[in-house]
Design a protein around this ligand. Sequence first.
Ligand SMILES: [Zn+2]
Length: 169
Amino acid sequence: MLVEPLSEKQIRSSFVNCTKGEAARLRLPLDFDELPWDDLDFLGWVDPGAPLRAHLVVSRAQGPLGISLRIPSVRRTSAVKSSMCQICLTGHASSGVTLLAAPLAGARGREGNTVGIYICADLACPLYLRGKRQPKLRSGRYEESLTLDERLARMSGNLDAFAAKVAAA
Ligand SMILES: [Zn+2]
């Protein structure tokens, strides 16, 4: 499902895992007025004012759900470094995928609990799947027999599962 174009107000009020103050202060994408909404199954961006932070807004029947993420200050040593995005399964050179951590919604998040995910570093998964953006230095393109619609559906499923982990307080 494509996202309906969202207003700044809708976006700022959609966040479930940061404070109202943080949601008010975060910076929208620099190209917010020109976003290719027709190609976006979700909105994801690195905060232009805080490069260690990123944000996702997922469209749901109940309204948009915003998730704030950050680059973890301490990398868990058990994490296997991945060069594949866990949302859209695009393979990148290692710098093209970032490990981000989302605080859980509610009290568990305030206690410091997070859920991590490897994701395209620019959070532009829908554009990679549609071929509107190409991964850099892609090593060994792997071919899939899935159609674009099937891959988009898989991406949405992965994102929904991640959002559910964050939002289940
Ligand atoms: Zn991706």
